[in-house]
Design a protein around this ligand. Sequence first.
Ligand code: NAD
Length: 428
Amino acid sequence: MQHGTPPANRSSRIAGFHKSSPRERLDLVAAFADLAPASVAHLAEFGNLAPDLADRLIENVIGTMNVPIGIATNMKVDGEDVLIPMATEESSVVAAVCNAARQNHEDGFTTSVSGNLMIAQVQAVGVSDPHAARLRILEQRDAVTAVCDACDPVLVRLGGGVRDLEVRVLDTLGGAMVVTHLVVDTRDAMGANAVNTMAEALAPHIAAWTGGRVYLRILSNLADRRLARARAVWRTEAIGGPAVRDGIVSAYHLAEADPYRAATHNKGIMNGIDAVVLATGNDTRAIEAGAHAYAARSGRYTSLTRYEVTAEGDLGGSIELPMAVGLVGGATKIHPTAQACLRILGVTTAERLARIIAAVGLAQNFSALKALATTGIQKGHMALHAQNIAMMAGALGEEIEQVARVLVERRLVRVDVAQGVLEEIRRR
Ligand code: NAD
């Protein structure tokens, strides 16, 4: 869809850009980048997200990025069958969850959470007596609760609000810092805005109690008071025998021991998790940050899942990670696709959503490890990947399937090969 060379001397300083409509902005961008009319027409098509709504969700909107939603079948979470909407651009992610869940559908996944508690941090610097200041803050527990709860009467009415107060004295490059942790039950909200508002309201009081200067007032994405957990057992005979089981356990041992492997191991877990987080309008970056910080909590980055052989000789898998997702707030409540996906999931609490997402992460990881420990992941990946490659080579309609099939047969899933195959097909 590329057009020509962008005009010289173009400037990215566009006065009033934010005040323009999405269409006006698109035209400005099209002129800047010399976009082909076909590209402009493509971007102008907002699909199933109304331009007005898109324009309110973020700034400087010119279009939308559509990602497919696939449904993972076979999942049973805490005894209840559930269909999982997954928004992802990566092939094999949905299939992986379906496959893992099919192999343990009888028992399914058992889940739990540690609570709905989010942490907000308030940083005080330049405190001459940080340890005494810490105690002065802790002595104000009731005042802290009153100031913060007053920020969010809706949350308090729903049973949420401040639950705990912790104060740490940190030895940093910039000297001692007094860091107050406000622990807040945010119920069915992810809670970032809710706790940030509280932290800002608390800041002047912290400054007064410590005699220091307050800088940062924001939540921590290491939401380790909001953990979601899932466990499952795969019967050894259902997954291909003891060698497969042991290969999966060995793959976990490597991820546990080695950050190079753990990064990829956890990436696979997040393939599943992010897809549900995105489909439900939740904050993928918050979940990613929490997951990886939690994986490194011992000081060495490691696996988010664990695998063991049960007393019966089967494969037991488990996962535990922060899961700050909500049903209200952010895009969850206003994005119609998110609302539809939450309806498909049938969740009515953030807690249930968090539990299902943890189960999806474990299912995803099981499938990846099973493939890696047996045939390798390329075999499963290749069918869909070959279609993507066929499209990259210019295949259209039925040609996509035809080209992809040949690429898989020849075990040469490459764009140059796809171009050759496409030419052959078109010549015929
Ligand atoms: P929000 O403030 O939009 O909604 C939460 C509010 O909704 C609550 O404070 C409460 O007053 C009300 N509410 C109504 N019904 C509720 C219920 N059943 N349970 C709980 N609250 C209910 O959203 P939020 O969840 O506070 O913040 C989420 C947004 O913040 C996301 O969009 C996220 O991307 C963004 N954000 C994230 C970060 C970060 O992760 N570091 C930082 C800033 C903002």
